[in-house]
Design a protein around this ligand. Structure first.
Ligand SMILES: Nc1ncnc2c1ncn2[C@@H]1O[C@H](COP(=O)(O)OP(=O)(O)O)[C@@H](O)[C@H]1O
Ligand SMILES: O=C(O)[C@H](O)[C@@H](O)[C@H](O)[C@H](O)COP(=O)(O)O
Length: 207
């Protein structure tokens, strides 16, 4: 898979583990948080969870960026919450154009201008992406401690109070949905090693 997406709720370690995996793989790291439009960031900072309609154009932009890099022959580690199965379908390009256009319309955007603004192109239809998903889903007390510490240190725009809504939105699906699920509280280096092995171990061993 060209793109490995680390998914999960706020504080699960997408950025920390993702950076370490990208270092180990010697590849790009893309943080979907960097592609949130200012309105989404404002909304979260004010303590309001994003709705599907807020996330739709953002997910499309994330997919276009990942697809552009993969299309240029680069491997990418992507950190993106992608809490619902439908969001993961958008990222993989499996969501139909109709489903996307509907979500765009609900968000008050049209698919065409959103695509035209993108340096990576892409239209109302989806560019398929060669992508695998990993779920980081540590126990809630660990998540709470991490997001509270991050908030207290003023290091992030996402308030700890939104964790409940993140967990409510999370669709963990079944084993077939994931290359790997890590649902314990192991240290980031151990998580990164397991992810790297699941992603590139077989390729590196030629198996
Ligand atoms: N596996 C882990 N064990 C302990 N702390 C972690 C772990 N992963 C991340 N952290 C810490 O938790 C906080 C949130 O991690 P971060 O990577 O920003 O999560 P996310 O990107 O999923 O919101 C950071 O302060 C980070 O240092
Ligand atoms: O879909 C969403 O609600 C957001 O993408 C959210 O899941 C994400 O967590 C925030 O952007 C905060 O960033 P962190 O995930 O880094 O806490």
């Amino acid at each position: 898979m060209a793109v490995l997406c680390l998914c999960g709720p706020s504080g699960c370690g997408k950025t920390t583990v993702g950076r370490a995996v990208a270092r180990g793989a010697g590849c790009d790291f893309l943080d979907a948080d960097d592609l949130h439009p200012p309105a989404n960031r404002r909304k979260m900072a004010e303590g309001t969870p994003l709705a599907d309609a807020d996330r739709a154009p953002w997910l499309r932009a994330v997919r276009r960026e990942a697809a552009a890099r993969a299309g240029a022959g680069r491997r990418v580690v992507l950190a993106c919450s992608a809490l619902k199965a439908s969001y993961r379908r958008v990222l993989s390009g499996a969501a139909g154009a109709d489903e996307e256009a509907e979500a765009e319309a609900a968000a008050g955007h049209s698919a065409a201008p959103a695509a035209a603004q993108s340096p990576s192109g892409g239209g109302g239809g989806a560019t398929p992406v060669d992508i695998a998903f990993v779920l980081l889903n540590p126990p809630r007390p660990a998540l709470e401690a991490r997001v509270r510490a991050r908030e207290a240190a003023g290091r992030h725009f996402m308030p700890a109070a939104l964790l409940g809504s993140q967990l409510a939105a999370l669709e963990t699906g079944g084993a077939a949905d994931w290359l790997l699920v890590i649902d314990d509280d192991r240290p980031p280096e151990a998580a990164a090693a397991a992810v790297l092995e699941a992603w590139l171990g077989p390729i590196r061993r030629g198996s």
